[in-house]
Design a binder for this molecule. Sequence first.
Ligand code: NAP
Ligand code: G4F
Length: 353
Amino acid sequence: MTEAPTKKALICGITGQDGSYLTELLISKGYEVHGVIRRTSTFNTDRLDHIYSDPHEKRVPLQLHFGDLANAARLRHLMELIQPDEIYNLGAQSHVRVSFDQAEYTADIVATGALRLLEAFRDYARESGKQPRYYQAGSSEMFGASAPPQNEATPFYPRSPYAVSKVAAHWYGVNQREAYGLFISNGILFNHESPRRGETFVTRKITRALGRIKLGLQEKLYLGNLDARRDWGHAADYVRAMWMMLQHSEAGDFVVATGGNYSVREFLELAASYAGVDWEKCVEKDARYFRPTEVDSLQGDSSKARRVLGWEPEISFDELVRSMVDHDMELAQQELTLVRAGHKVAPRGGAHG
Ligand code: NAP
Ligand code: G4F
């Protein structure tokens, strides 16, 4: 019996939260995974370190290649070199608040970067004679000011440079699909979190701070708008939806969401009650965390993904919050051990977190 050839996936944005969960999923399904990483002066592969091993020592089906969404020639070269069956574009300057300060840069990476990768994909599909498939990481931020519940028919009304750029990336994908008959699917994913979430997004900022406050490593947590409402799911469930989109017989656009809708205050209350912290005594508002234009409420209607792909989220909001609090309590405990041994630990929270 001949074995089916191993599928190859190329992930741009592999070092991010979703990149790490997607890598685990694809490896568990027998894929050879290739990831694009940026050259940085410090290591940026923390989220992959438990999967990756030195190729000189052990064969793990994961290879990392330097590249950048700003560098079209390199993206083309990587596609020719790797000959992937599936391409996932998760790369982005993904912080909404930061996009107001770095609007042009955000547009270059999130919108034009997506176009660069798509153009490389188009040439690769034509020249290789293969029928590769492409996933674009779209966002519920694209709905912005459109009232919930939001689905594939809801008009986009972006409220930040990040969201405007994601709308452009979405339409570049739709246009190439229609113009050249390529398999390009856009996921429109609502907020998804995990213990691997970046520490300047509000959920992780909260759970990280609660752990440190509980153990006396930090006194205050400074936040912005507590009234904003989001539909929060778990990243592990959402990367499964990405993969399912590329296994489907037809390309399309899919909303991925739980259908829940909680305020930042409600997330904070629940997380603080698990952590055993009186949040009203330690949370303060800081104007720098408010956005010039806010997205007030997101709540996704993912009936299409459930019906067409058979996708369902498996991890509840309560389980998500609990897993993040537990993880960050453990991290705070490790920090406390270091502090007691005389080490200095860095304060958490970036300038725009
Ligand atoms: P993330 O943790 O911020 O990861 C972003 C990834 O993009 C990182 O690997 C980052 O590399 C990489 N990247 C940044 N600039 C790049 C560049 N110039 N060239 C190549 N790669 C670059 O984001 P995430 O939460 O995993 O989200 C994955 C994707 O889904 C993003 O496109 C995001 O906008 C989108 N999205 C996320 C959510 C959500 O709730 N998480 C919802 C909807 C859509 P470094 O590690 O080197 O910075
Ligand atoms: O956690 P956030 O920064 O996520 P946001 O803006 O919803 O964007 C995330 O989800 C999008 C999907 O809808 C992704 F496309 C995007 O890449 C990113 O992953 O903020 C959530 C809410 C906002 O309304 C914000 O104003 O929390 C509010 N908030 C209140 N205080 C805060 C803070 N947000 C942050 N980051 N930090 C604060 O101190």
